[in-house]
Design a protein around this ligand. Structure first.
Ligand code: GAL
Length: 669
């Protein structure tokens, strides 16, 4: 059972978007609901930013409009994902209680007039949240349209106010017990930072120079936990009265929320993903984001809660999506495990900050190419019912977690700011995605036993237990591929003493003593296996302690020393890449690791610009190019999208797609 089962059983793939009816008159509501029906919309999120309309004055609630909206949707057979409206508190709250607004690191209090200005730690704010959520839940828990709850929106607030400082201290007391343990973890003996009591600790506010990295890490952990606490407050009120699934929309690689620690709090993982049509790496990045959010609840189907139908309004230059790309983005999400695809927002605003953001019904109305594509997409998604509930069967894991990202990329004063965790993660994911190989992004604490290849592109900070979990992979016969600057620090960002990577030196059969960021010229590397290439950004002074050396640095102080090593462990292998190789070399290394792990691609000879992803018995083939493409398939199969049988050659039109339901004999892993 997953949180989406009840919804999808009756409806198939979920389809819809945020609807903000408070900006429209009732005649528009009626037109909207008719258009939704015609487009096959079966789920809408309502009320996300409606606090000021719901509670125009403190304690005075106006729900008549929402009654009508929910009834209209119910009559049309459209399920409602009802939001707690707490992302944007009304101006009266900040006016009466200034402490409900967040304060930044410089002591500046956030103003009303935008959204998301609240202080997540303010008790007054929480009291008002509780009141409005209780009112909403009491009124609508039994409404037949309400099929899901949407707590707040993109929870992500960081606050440095005095109240949050108190809450931070309480959190630290619970984490460390006594202040000496905190002093040890934070290495406060350096720079005279020793605390004699928790009362002296403050959040990392504006300061003349670098903050203590362990303090910053804990502040990030605290901030994520505090937001989860605010989520729990609201989810708890909902759960007292309703059995419908509760969720909130994550923002995939957003630094403020450690989603792995929220896994058991959401009944469904929901994510917002905004691809940039002007960025050629966007499809790969979206696939990586999908592989991340699917991993949060261990592979359960998830919901793409928000994406854009055309252009967004918040980049400097907002190139619209083609209608073909709009459909491909949705199909990619389904292929990577989503059981629903939704948008921000249903109808384009005429006023307000998002008046130039695309929507499913543009300003020009339904008689537009975009809206026709929205309608056609609704019909297409209905044909994907056979995939609903199916899992993505991944044999490759890519290891990532938030604390390690914070420590390895977001803290200042590291050997190089150019070696970025997400960039490395994307670089190792890309060849896997390009080959159509299913990959789960998982934390280092995950059960790794089901994976034949475990890739650790850049796991800077890792606990002893997690490091041991990863080290077991080659010992039990799997293949481990480790990138540079990994396992360098513990969970407090303290550098481990010894030849690095200390916890993995043994398993890798190689160890290092020095990191050497490279100048712009890079460094030549010689390799019989991969040919000569230029390493960029980073190198490490490493020796082999028994591993086979597959590439060596060719110049400078490191000349003759290993750049790439492999150690075998019976059937298992441990690979160590100590630098940033060019894209084609990294792809060749990844391909070799896949071969060693016995993992094969679902299709071979796939043309450039054609994306392949398998979910259950369905193979999605997406043609992102503006030309026709022919793809050879092991055949025969039925294309769920067209209903046609396909023998052994699939012909895809420009920006066309197929969802091949494979014949049982072709169901290889
Ligand atoms: C999201 C947000 C939506 C809308 C959208 C625009 O971050 O949740 O409310 O603002 O961005 O792209």
């Amino acid at each position: 059972m997953t949180g989406l089962d009840a919804l999808t059983a009756a409806r198939g793939v979920l389809y819809g978007g945020d609807w903000n009816p408070e900006q429209w008159t009732p005649d528009v509501w009626r037109e909207d609901v008719a258009l939704m029906r015609a487009a096959g919309v079966n789920l809408v999120s309502v009320g996300i930013f409606s606090w000021a309309t719901l509670e125009p004055e403190p304690g005075r609630f106006d729900t008549a409009w929402l009654d009508e909206v929910l009834d209209l949707l119910h009559d049309a057979g459209i399920a409602v994902d009802l939001a707690t409206p707490t992302a944007s508190p009304p101006p009266w709250l900040a006016h009466r209680y200034p402490e409900t607004s967040a304060v930044d690191a410089h002591g500046v209090r956030m103003s009303v007039g935008s959204r998301n200005h609240f202080c997540p730690g303010s008790q007054v704010f929480r009291d008002h949240v509780e009141a409005v959520v209780r009112h909403l839940v009491d009124r609508y828990a039994d409404h037949p349209a309400v099929a899901m709850w949407h707590v707040g929106n993109e929870l992500g607030q960081t606050c440095w106010c005095d109240r949050c400082a108190e809450r931070l201290r309480t959190w630290l007391r619970a984490r460390y017990g006594d202040v000496d343990a905190l002093n040890a973890a934070w290495a406060t003996a350096f720079w005279s930072q020793r605390y004699s009591s928790f009362d002296e600790v403050v959040p990392p506010r504006a300061a003349p120079y670098l903050h203590n990295p362990a303090a910053e890490l804990d502040f990030r952990r605290f901030t994520s936990d505090q937001l989860r606490d605010l989520y729990r407050l609201q989810a708890g009120i909902v759960r007292e009265r309703s059995d419908a699934p509760v969720t909130t929309n994550f923002m995939n690689f957003f630094p403020g929320v450690d989603q792995h620690t929220w896994a058991d709090d959401v009944d469904v993982v929901a994510d917002d993903c905004y691809t940039d049509p002007a960025d050629a790496s966007s499809p790969a990045r979206a696939a990586l984001a999908h592989d991340l959010v699917r991993g949060v609840r261990r592979g359960e189907p998830w919901l793409l809660m928000e994406q854009a139908a055309g252009a967004v309004n918040w980049r400097a230059h907002n190139v619209p999506k083609s209608t073909g790309a709009m459909v491909l983005d949705s199909l990619r999400a389904v292929a990577h495990g989503a059981d629903g695809v939704c948008y921000f927002q249903w109808r384009a605003s005429t006023g307000g900050a998002e008046r130039f953001h695309s929507a499913m019904v543009p300003h020009a109305g339904p008689d537009t190419d975009l809206h026709r594509a929205v309608r056609a997409q609704g019909a297409l998604l209905q044909r994907l019912r056979p995939v609903v509930g199916a899992r993505v069967d991944a044999r490759v894991a890519l290891v990532f977690d938030w604390p390690s990202w914070w420590a390895g990329e977001l803290l200042p004063a590291r050997p190089s700011m150019r070696l970025d965790v997400l960039g490395r993660l994307a670089a190792y994911h890309e060849p896997l995605w390009r080959a159509g190989i299913a990959t789960d992004v998982v934390p280092p604490s995950a059960d790794l036993d089901g994976y034949d290849l475990v890739v650790v592109p850049s796991l800077h900070a890792v606990t002893d237990a997690d490091a041991a979990n990863v080290a077991r992979v080659p010992e039990r016969g799997g293949v481990l591929l480790v990138g540079p600057f990994s396992a360098v620090a513990d969970e407090h960002a303290r550098v481990r003493r010894g030849r690095f990577p200390v916890p993995w030196a043994d398993v890798l059969g190689a160890s290092g003593e020095d990191w050497r960021p490279l100048d712009d010229a890079g460094l030549r590397v010689a390799s019989d296996r991969y040919g000569a290439f230029t390493a960029t950004t980073w190198s490490e002074h490493v020796r082999s302690d028994g591993a086979e050396v597959l590439a060596t640095y060719a110049d400078g102080d490191l000349a003759g020393l290993p750049a790439l090593t492999r150690r075998t462990h019976g059937d298992g292998e441990a690979w160590y890449v100590t630098t940033v190789p060019p894209r084609d070399v990294l792809a060749a290394v990844v391909a070799d690791c896949l071969t060693a792990a016995g993992v094969t691609a679902p299709l071979t000879d796939v043309p450039d610009g054609v994306e392949v992803a398998r979910r259950g018995d369905v193979l999605f083939v997406l043609n992102r190019t503006r030309g026709k493409q022919v793809v050879r398939i092991p055949g025969p199969a039925t294309d769920l999208l067209s209903g046609d049988g396909v023998a052994d050659e699939l012909l895809l039109p420009a920006e066309g797609a197929a969802a091949l339901h494979l014949a049982p004999t072709e169901r290889t892993r």
